[in-house]
Design a protein around this ligand. Sequence first.
Ligand code: NA7
Length: 558
Amino acid sequence: MIEKSKAAEESPAPEVDVDALIVGAGFAGLLALYKLRQAGFTVLALEASESIGGVWNWNRYPGARCDVESMQYSYSFSEELQQTWEWSERYATQPEILRYIEHVADRFDLNRHIQLNTRVVSATYQAHENAWQIQTNEGQEIRARFCIMATGCLSAARMPEFPGKEKFKGDILHTGHWPKSGYDFTGKNVAVIGTGSSGIQAIPMIAKTANSLTVLQRTATYSVPARNRMLDETEKRAWKENYAQLRETARYAPSGTLYEFGERKAEETPLQDQTDEFEKRWAKGGPGFLRAFSDISSSQIANKAAGDFIRAKIADIVKDPEKRSLLTPATTLPVGSKRICVDTGYFETFNRENVDLIDIRNDPIKGIEENGLSTKKRKLDLDCIVFATGFDVIVGSLMKIDIKGLAGRTLREKWKNGPGTYLGLMVAGFPNLFLVTGPGSPSVLTNMMVSIEQHIEWITACVESMRRQGNDYIDPDEAAESKWMDDANSLAETMPFLRANSWYMASPESGSSPRRFMLYSGGVGKYREICEQVAQQNYPGFNIGARHVVCDVPAELS
Ligand code: NA7
């Protein structure tokens, strides 16, 4: 499995099994393999699943598709790839995205560096050899100079523990861990718990064939129509002919996605003009709705105007007054404080006779029984319960691995009061361990493809620069890390995020004290500039050196 690159064959025998061990073979892991191999490093990726694809391998629920347009949700590193791959729909479905990932792995001969069915259980930094000792579920041990955690932000499925779940005789499914063989809902009585992006995509599809569908909602969600459609040749050509320039613009766009950015402020726009603009965006479909005016994130008045428009649309669509009221997001919940959902017929689905809705804040789930589920007020007979309850986000898959840094300190211990990183890329005390789209980076606030490419390019350039300078050790300063996270939290103060409980927040409920915003909200472009500046200035905020220097650290740290 471990292959030597040409450059490595010419250099002295390695002291490690592999230069870079990559955990995960989704979009980030594949790109890391490609880029680091191209730079002459030996590489190996370990993937827990029996196939590649990361989140797009696990999320196979009906209706699963990306909420970033397919012409923008793809790799830009190869001109040939982006010119030859043909996307069929405006928003690609999960199967099409998975086909794309498999195509990329074949085309760039990446599979030979990937070991499937291999879960990393621990990663321990060995100071005396400046290497990461990786242990797998099969008891395999691998030593790597660098460890790249391409473990994904939305990959550890969150399964709430309702009492009696084990007694249920029907089927329990999770949207983030869907059976590969699919699932037939025809004629079944189904409950879906959760109304985030996954629930909102799955619910209309399930309703079409189920005998009955009951949706258990905790928070009413803002959603805008996707208006998905087939892409026509003219628009594909327009993208392809201008890809170089469009990708470059996206790299510096606030969320890494190109929208029609409204330059006017809603606050300064007459009411009728505001409504006309929102109508235009609603008709066009997609998350670009939130780019209608430049102040929707920064002004509470503008934000409420956007929210009011969506509330009015829900009122137009949903016929039953009780369902309508339950599906209407509260005016106290800023739109955009959670990722806005993009749907196909979600609100319309509640006009179907076979679809019911329970507000579990007022009528909480008591437990699951042999034949169904009980809330405080109701009893549901069910064949199937779908958990669309999301993920242990951003840090979840890292926390599943027993990661030990300097002096044997675990990442779980270090992050017990909330996650901290420098630039979202590294954690002080965990040398040579890189995160991809981790806490403190723009991550899920952005087009993940743009963020993944930026991270992997930065990491590759960083280790190449170290190699040129004869260095093989990098660890951020604690002070640089604290400042970065404090600044990230302050940046978010002007935005709607802090006014809502969402998984963007590390909160006392999730073990963080104080409650903090987990991501960098200054925009992908600004973030890229900061990272580039750090690299150009020879990595201030990082301790970089050669291994023998590092080995002079006090004994208690080795
Ligand atoms: P999300 O967006 O985290 O949504 C999860 C949903 O499940 C949301 O409605 C939650 O309600 C609900 N939830 C979570 N835990 C519970 C419990 N214990 N009981 C009842 N309801 C619960 O995950 P998705 O998979 O939909 O989407 C994730 C991302 O994937 C998305 O942003 C896109 O980027 C793609 P809450 O709102 O917290 O009250």
